[in-house]
Ligand binder design. Structure first.
Ligand SMILES: Cc1cc2nc3c(=O)[nH]c(=O)nc-3n(C[C@H](O)[C@H](O)[C@H](O)COP(=O)(O)OP(=O)(O)OC[C@H]3O[C@@H](n4cnc5c(N)ncnc54)[C@H](O)[C@@H]3O)c2cc1C
Length: 403
């Protein structure tokens, strides 16, 4: 079977452009189709850890990622008056490999800045098509005929879904499956004006009632706010943004600390983003000539701190296996068997997640702050997150076939 050449990638965030970079490097012709009319630059801090750092370096973007870092100094738990209860400094560059990363990773960057860096790094070599999406896939075993929302059709050797948690491409290739598992937490991210009292720490306030308010620094002169609350249902994610704001106002009224300021800022925020935190667990990462990568394949959730690292690693390994193997079936199988253990580990969240970090009762809040204080004084850090010793395979571009 001839090696794949023309590859369609759905989604231009982290996994999509990284995959496109490596496909192009390995002699294939990637096209990236993104549903949004332009690159989406919203979102908050994402972490590039361990294997993700290695892939970023090999991709040639590590220094740009480092330079765009948020400058966050670490995580501080605060009480209703803003008094610090416990502090966990970010790991230093020297410590990163040895200690395993803490809650603030060594390479901490805004998701939008990372997407921009990857897009800038690839745009001259990769075809990007914004404002379109896949609506039909006909895989006849030799090629895939793709129907697009804008009406045209085109053939590709392979299609890869890198279109995130709610991947429409995954839904087409693996229909009638319920692979998205809600974790019982809803959250909203948005940007608010920075105030003098804001510092360079990620401040975490457990307000009780299952609610949490956090503020994080960025390098754009603004502050990134997050509101999260325990919920029995993911239905709020399907409401309109106005209805979601209304829900948050009702949930967080009188919650203490900076909640009122955050609610005020929310009404004016242009980048309001609401999500029902979930994991994705499909039975396989490929069906015929259609593969899955990043959150579309295995979303571990923002709670894991591993979504971006796994997206970088998965994209690199998928492209590498397509270059190394004789056909796409062997490549998809090798890719899946490499990724599964890392995904399993990242999806295994600590027992009690997300309830422990979002306590309902005053006693739960006190217990969280006391445990954090104890962990910061005795251990000096929270349990390490991330892929510690991952052997990231080396791949070489295949030789062109002899004529
Ligand atoms: C706007 C946004 C904000 C985010 N904010 C945060 C955050 O603050 N913290 C955090 O931990 N994680 C956040 N994430 C998720 C985070 O980016 C991922 O967990 C991780 O980086 C893996 O990325 P990914 O490329 O696999 O998927 P994603 O980052 O989810 O990207 C998927 C991309 O596919 C596009 N897309 C969706 N459907 C289609 C379709 N049918 N056809 C074509 N394209 C499609 C989306 O517009 C998006 O650009 C955010 C994601 C998005 C899209």
């Amino acid at each position: 079977m001839p090696r794949p050449r023309a590859v369609l990638v759905a989604g231009a965030s982290v996994a999509g452009p990284t995959l496109a970079h490596w496909l192009e490097r390995f002699g294939m012709e990637p096209t990236v189709v993104e549903r949004a009319p332009e690159l989406r630059v919203g979102g908050q801090n994402v972490d590039v850890r361990g294997a993700g750092r290695i892939v970023a370096a090999r991709t040639g973007v590590e220094e740009a990622v480092r330079a765009a870092g948020t400058g966050e100094r670490g995580l501080a738990f605060v009480d209703a008056r803003g008094a610090v209860q416990a502090e966990f400094p970010a790991v230093s560059r020297a410590d990163a490999g040895r200690a395993g990363d803490g809650p603030t990773a060594e390479l901490e960057i805004l998701r939008g800045d990372l997407a921009q860096i990857l897009h800038d790094h690839t745009r001259d070599r990769v075809r990007y098509r914004f404002g379109d999406r896949i609506t039909r896939l006909d895989d006849d075993g030799r090629r895939v005929r793709v129907g697009f929302e804008r009406g045209h059709e085109e053939e590709f050797d392979l299609v890869v879904a890198a279109d995130g948690l709610h991947s429409g491409t995954r839904a087409i290739t693996l229909p009638q499956r319920r692979d998205v598992r809600f974790l019982g937490l809803c959250l909203a991210y948005f940007t608010i004006p920075r105030e003098e009292s804001d510092d360079d720490w990620w401040r975490w306030y457990a307000a009780g009632g299952g609610r949490t308010v956090t503020l994080r620094p960025d390098r754009h002169g603004t502050t990134r706010a997050m509101l999260s609350f325990l919920s029995l249902s993911p239905a709020a994610a399907r409401l309109s943004p106005d209805a979601q704001r209304e829900l948050l106002r009702a949930e967080f009224r009188g919650a203490g600390w900076e909640a009122e300021r955050v609610l005020d800022g929310m009404d004016r925020a242009a980048d309001f983003y609401f999500e029902a935190i979930s994991q994705v667990r499909p039975p396989c990462y490929a069906n015929g000539r259609v593969g899955l990568v990043g959150d579309a394949a295995w979303c571990a959730s923002p709670i894991s701190g591993m979504g971006t690292t796994l997206a970088l690693l998965g994209a690199y390994v998928l492209a590498g296996e397509l270059a190394r193997c004789d056909d796409h079936r062997a490549a998809f199988a090798a890719y899946e068997s490499f990724m599964r253990p890392h995904v399993r580990k990242a999806q295994r969240l600590p027992p009690g997640t997300p309830r422990i970090a979002n306590p309902r009762s005053d006693t739960g809040v006190r217990l969280l702050n006391t445990s954090a204080r104890w962990a910061s004084r005795v251990a000096g850090r929270l349990p390490a997150v991330g892929t510690r010793a991952v052997d990231v395979p080396e791949y070489v571009a295949p030789r062109p076939a002899a004529r």
